[in-house]
Design a protein around this ligand. Structure first.
Ligand SMILES: Nc1nc2c(ncn2[C@@H]2O[C@H](COP(=O)(O)OP(=O)(O)O)[C@@H](O)[C@H]2O)c(=O)[nH]1
Ligand SMILES: [Mg+2]
Length: 296
């Protein structure tokens, strides 16, 4: 039996959360085409007869502008210490430039085993793969590189075996039925945020926080009552979020409700209020209130 903690690191939008979901086999982290989708450190646990791997999904690395993104950067870096291994996720279809090499070297210097998942192979020319592997070797990045497609499920099992082979022998760190350290209530708020990320552009999704006030399963029937606040950082954002006669919000809530229903395997009654808290992303007190405290 092998087991251990694996920090999943890399640039924002590389495909880290998608890969963690595929490896765990369940949705433990939300995914969107926008950077900064993942804000918290999320544990996703893969259980097998002969192994248990606890993946620590992290916010990606990018230039930070607000107190929230500072916090996310620190979360990414501290999560990468005190683990058995690093899984560095690289977006293969973006090529490899000096900033990638620098970031890989930085994580490499942590002194724990590291594997590179070169992902999104479904959307890049095959011949890029050996060329990029050579680039990495020339730059002195000595770890193994696994080309995968999380979206198409390609080469995932090979990557899984490679990860397990690098982990120490040992018993499970978590009970076998544990998939994540986050609650269903947390995921429901995240699903709301995911649908907002998918629907709105520019600063709006990045300025959103979701607070789940009620998360209650009814005594009868497989039904949840969910009541939440959507916080935006500017009043003009609120107007855009709601849309003409509430049409935009209505569609977004409907998508969120469906996402929650499929996550919970139950019927959901969803109520949402949109509120404005000016520039909450720069206010440490509000950050904490909205669940973005330091998790170290
Ligand atoms: N084509 C393709 N897109 C992917 C793949 N993995 C992730 N993506 C997309 O890349 C974007 C960022 O993914 P996400 O997992 O949120 O990245 P993260 O910020 O590193 O966690 C999303 O739009 C994903 O659907 C993949 O294997 N192939
Ligand atoms: Mg993510």
């Amino acid at each position: 039996m092998r087991s251990g903690m694996v920090a999943v690191v890399g640039k924002a939008n590389a495909g880290k959360s998608t890969l963690v979901n595929v490896l765990v086999g369940e949705k433990v982290a939300i995914v969107s085409p926008k950077p900064q989708t993942t804000r918290n450190r999320i544990l996703g646990v893969m259980n097998r007869e002969d192994a248990q791997v606890a993946f620590v999904d992290t916010p990606g690395i990018y230039r930070s502008k607000t107190a929230l993104s500072d916090l996310m950067m620190r979360t990414a870096e501290t999560s990468a210490k005190d683990v058995d291994m690093l899984l560095y996720v690289h977006d293969g279809h973006k090529g490899i430039d000096d900033s990638d090499i620098a970031l890989m070297k930085k994580f490499r210097a942590f002194g724990v085993p590291m594997i590179i998942a070169y992902t999104k192979t479904d959307i890049l020319p095959k011949e890029n793969i050996p060329a990029d592997a050579e680039k990495l070797a020339e730059a002195g990045i000595s770890c193994d590189v696994y080309p995968v497609s999380a979206r198409k499920g390609k080469n995932i099992r090979k990557l899984e075996e490679a990860i397990i082979a690098l982990l120490p022998e040992g018993e499970r760190l978590f009970p076998e039925d544990v998939l994540s350290d986050k609650s269903e209530k947390f995921m429901v708020g995240e699903i709301m945020r995911e649908k907002i990320l998918l629907r709105y552009d520019k600063e709006i999704p990045h300025g959103i926080a979701v607070i789940v006030n009620t998360f209650r399963k009814r005594e009868e029937g497989n039904i949840y009552d969910i009541d939440l606040d959507i916080i935006c950082e500017k009043s003009n954002h609120k107007a855009i979020l709601i849309g003409k006669q509430g049409a935009a919000l209505k569609e977004t809530l409907s998508a969120a409700r469906k996402g929650m229903e499929s996550f919970l395997g139950a019927k959901v009654f969803l109520t949402a209020y949109v509120k404005v808290k000016d520039d909450w992303r720069d206010k440490p007190g509000l950050l904490k209130e909205y669940g973005y405290g330091s998790e170290e």
